[in-house]
Design a protein around this ligand. Structure first.
Ligand SMILES: [Zn+2]
Length: 281
């Protein structure tokens, strides 16, 4: 029986598409969800100039994340103080405070401290590809995976142990977007006459289906998940998929969330609702 779940992501809105339904179901059933976000997404989209300027975007997106956390019943989010590194190959990669170039030990130390403070049973982050290769997603994946291992080891960051105890979570999960789900999405978007945008090369970026170990039916928390997506208004232009797909197609796409079980090695494939898989064992 798991009680506390901690997600380590890079930007406000990373929690929405792939995990919000799961988190809403878990909090509804009494579990605790802690969202950790490395940056404020300061070089993200501004879908509508009425919502933010480049100068205010960080503050606006922090607020969007706070509302999203509320919508899914999570604790108030914990934001680290790094800067969004932008897409691969852009000048923002080189900013002195960019998350993707931060000293790994400094990031891992902060995550280990948060794990020791909040004692999650389950840790969730991106897969090694970062979903679609965003440098911040890959950095979050690497740091969270190391922190998962180090937090329970008293030899790691021993200076924290004056006030905290080592804590090893039981389970490490990677958010997965299966290729078959992306293909279905691409077909539905094609039918609706909209572009996939950043996820055009979906054959290469989705999680290979054989790496999916846990498949969750999150249809019961569809409304909370949609609310979470809608909280991130700056990231949702008119042509975003949840504004353009037919309602029944959208419901089908958003009602499935998947995970790779990174540690311990899975002994079988599991499917069910989040409460069935995580809270009734
Ligand atoms: Zn992101």
């Amino acid at each position: 029986m798991y009680r506390t779940f901690m997600a380590i992501f890079a930007h406000p809105d990373d929690e929405s598409f792939g995990t919000a339904g799961t988190f809403a179901a878990l909090t509804k059933a009494g579990a605790r969800v802690v969202l950790v976000c490395a940056t404020r997404g300061e070089v993200g989209e501004i879908a509508d100039p009425a919502l933010a300027t480049p100068e205010t975007l960080a503050a606006v997106r922090e607020r969007e994340l706070r509302y999203s956390a509320q919508a899914i019943g999570a604790d108030p989010p914990i934001l680290l103080s790094y800067r969004d590194s932008g897409m691969a190959g852009t000048v923002d990669n080189e900013h002195e405070n960019a998350f993707a170039v931060a000293a790994p030990d400094e990031v891992i130390g902060q995550l280990v401290r948060l794990i020791r403070e909040h004692k999650p049973d389950v840790l969730i982050t991106f897969d090694p590809s970062g979903g679609y290769g965003h440098p911040d997603h890959i950095a979050a994946h690497k740091a969270a995976t190391r922190a998962y291992r180090d937090a329970g080891n008293p030899e790691c960051f021993p200076e924290q142990l004056a006030a905290l105890e080592p804590h090893a979570p039981n389970l490490l999960l990677y958010m997965a977007i299966p290729r078959t789900q992306l293909r279905t999405l691409a077909e539905k978007m094609d039918a609706a006459g909209v572009s996939m945008g950043i996820i055009e090369n979906f054959e290469e970026i989705g999680t290979p289906d054989e790496h999916v170990h846990i498949e969750l039916d999150v249809s019961e928390t569809y409304d909370a998940k949609l609310a979470s997506l809608n909280c991130h208004a700056t990231q949702n232009p008119e042509q975003s998929l949840w504004r353009t797909l037919r309602p029944e197609d959208l419901r089908e796409i958003l009602s499935l969330e998947s995970f790779t079980q990174a540690h311990p090695p899975p002994d079988r494939f599991q499917s069910g609702t989040p409460a069935e898989i995580f809270l009734r064992r």
